[in-house]
Design a protein around this ligand. Structure first.
Ligand SMILES: *Cc1c(COP(=O)(O)O)cnc(C)c1O
Length: 424
């Protein structure tokens, strides 16, 4: 079931007060749920040597959320300068940060090396000679190509732009060694929102096999393997959740078997985003209009600037109407925002209880890749973010965007340039 009962029990009774106090729309996140998921993950993987989660910052890049992650001992997975800065602002340094960029430029390499550096995860063999000061510890992102089939969001590995190919992997570590690297890791990410745990088990088996290959070819014992993110959550009520217990068990067996065979074992990392925060956030929005044409529409005060997933992936997000949780779902609505794109809909042809103007809608599972994916097309601005604290209080953790923010990039020093005339 999307969104935990416990989050609902604490949020729904106060939703009306929150809308009154803060105005709608807003995303609200659940400290209790995020901590429970994090602590449970640590417990389940406690039998795997050196286990560490690197929270994928892009899922929910808010400092207050990152502080919760850091407090639980997690590191951060970053793929841009802004994400690096956010991670460093909450105190992460060095090996607490993985920098998994792709199509990396020189500025990114420079910033990555500052302030105690981070773990560089190189996306391609051609980048080895482009790293200005080659670090002692280096990681590569591996793309298995036809050896694995991908899934819907991330695509087929053969078509995915990420990582180095199987044929390049040994050469990459050899070249890195020549540039002075002494410590090594291996990374991959081949799925997104995957609910079948056995897929992650296969990914773990795959990175351990590549570790063996690298040791047999080059004598390099990898310090860690990182199986990436991509752990799914059930957005739809009928979907079964990822069996994280079974996943932890089978991964532990794989690492134990590796240890037995080789008398050493790499540490195990993951960099989950969605699984950590996705279900622990929701978008609260008010019904402000309704129209009855060829279909019935409910117009709400949020739009796709607050949540892109339905428009981008046709993603399902469950919706509750406050005070009508148990009312019969005898209406069929499209729930729409105000942006001039017909795919600006949070739900299409959805069975819902009869909605009146002023009703408060809760759109589930926006705690990852929700607010963060928002944009400003059509001058539609992004809403605020709130955090429901463990003590029941609520805190504003990001204000809404204003028109001043929207117009900010129109304030700049005049720069008129007259190019030399080129003979044609
Ligand atoms: C997006 C991303 C993640 C997180 O993905 P989730 O589906 O949120 O778990 C992890 N690692 C990398 C490199 C990513 O690009």
């Amino acid at each position: 079931m999307p969104m935990s009962q416990s989050f609902k029990d604490r949020l729904f009774p106060i939703a009306e007060q929150l809308v009154e106090h803060y105005g709608s729309p807003f995303h609200i996140y659940d400290e209790v749920g995020i901590r429970e998921t994090g602590e449970n993950l640590k417990k389940l993987f406690s039998g795997v040597k050196g286990f560490r989660e690197y929270y994928a910052v892009k899922a929910l890049p808010n400092p207050e959320i990152l502080k919760l992650m850091f407090d639980m001992g997690f590191g951060f997975d970053c793929s841009s300068i802004g994400e690096l800065q956010l991670s460093r602002q909450v105190g992460a340094r060095g090996e607490q940060i993985m920098f998994t960029s792709n199509n990396t430029d020189q500025t990114e390499f420079k910033i990555a090396a500052e302030e105690g550096g981070c773990v560089l995860n190189l996306d391609d063999i051609s980048l080895i000679e482009k790293v200005p000061e080659f670090p002692e510890l280096i990681c590569f992102r591996y793309n298995p190509g036809p050896r694995r089939t991908g899934n819907v969001i991330i695509g087929n590995p053969v078509e995915a732009k990420y990582g180095l190919s199987h044929e390049q992997v040994v050469d990459a570590y050899r070249l890195a060694q020549q540039r002075g690297a002494k410590r090594f890791g291996l990374h991959t990410m081949v799925a997104s929102n995957e609910l079948d745990y056995s897929y992650m088990v296969e990914t773990t088996r795959m990175v351990l096999e590549i570790s063996e290959l690298i040791e047999s070819e080059l004598g390099i014992k990898l310090e860690f393997v990182n199986i990436g993110g991509g752990f799914g959550i059930p957005y739809e009520p009928e979907q079964a959740p990822l069996d994280i217990d079974a996943l932890a068990n089978e991964i532990e067996s794989l690492f134990n078997a590796f240890q037995k065979k080789h008398q050493y074992v790499p540490r195990m990392y993951m960099e989950s985003g969605r699984f950590m925060t996705g279900p622990h956030g929701c978008l609260v929005t008010s019904a402000i209009n309704h129209k009855d044409i060829y279909r019935k529409y409910i117009g709400v005060d949020a739009c796709m600037s607050a949540l892109m997933r339905p428009a981008l992936y046709g993603a399902y997000h469950h919706i509750d109407v406050i005070g009508k949780e148990d009312a019969p779902k005898d209406q069929v609505y499209d729930v729409a925002g105000s942006l001039c794109e017909n795919n600006d809909k949070f739900a299409t042809q959805r069975k819902l209880p009869k909605i009146d103007e002023g009703d408060i809608l809760v759109i589930h599972d926006t705690g990852a890749h929700g607010h963060a994916m928002g944009f400003q097309y059509n001058a539609k601005l992004r809403p605020k973010e709130l955090l429901l604290r463990a003590d029941g209080s609520v805190e504003l953790i990001r204000r809404e965007e204003t028109l001043d923010d929207y117009f900010a990039t129109l304030t700049f020093a005049e720069d008129r340039f007259a190019p030399d005339q080129v003979e044609s």
